[in-house]
Write a protein that binds this ligand. Sequence first.
Ligand SMILES: [Zn+2]
Length: 181
Amino acid sequence: MITSKSSKAAWIAAFFDGEGCVYIRNNPTLRKHTMYRLTVSNTEPILAATYASFLYDLGVETVTYCRERQSPKHKPITVVDVRKAEAIVRFARLIPLQSELKRNKLSELVAWINRDRFETWNSRKDQMLNLWSAGHSARCIGRQLGLKAGSHTMVGRVLSGWGIEVMPYGRARVQCRCSIS
Ligand SMILES: [Zn+2]
């Protein structure tokens, strides 16, 4: 019985090392059409379900579907995808892949996702830097930008990307005027 988060992460890593694929399709001329996902395919539904449920336990959202095959002699294939950018970044952080090839491709994908992000965030750069200079915390800036709760980590990462020294959680600006009121 696998119960701890680290053994679930290790199980997922071993399964993905064997059955997984980091899928990236880049078309530089059609940036909106960039597609990516982490996908595993398996003929054993129980293995696919275990993979999906362990990922769920680690906070990584998945999509599961079944692919019928041409020949009735072949078992249908269960496919489990990690599609959302946030989920892929989390997967990369938590799952200790051994396959160097897959690990490198995943790093490449995470870099691509973050690059996309930074371009979107750039339109808010002046506003965010002003808020930071005025002494607001990353959490407060996230709230003032109308982002959902928990976005402060991303706000911190974005500010760091602009050369601001944001201390890690715990030593960060935990509160500012606004959070108290
Ligand atoms: Zn504030």
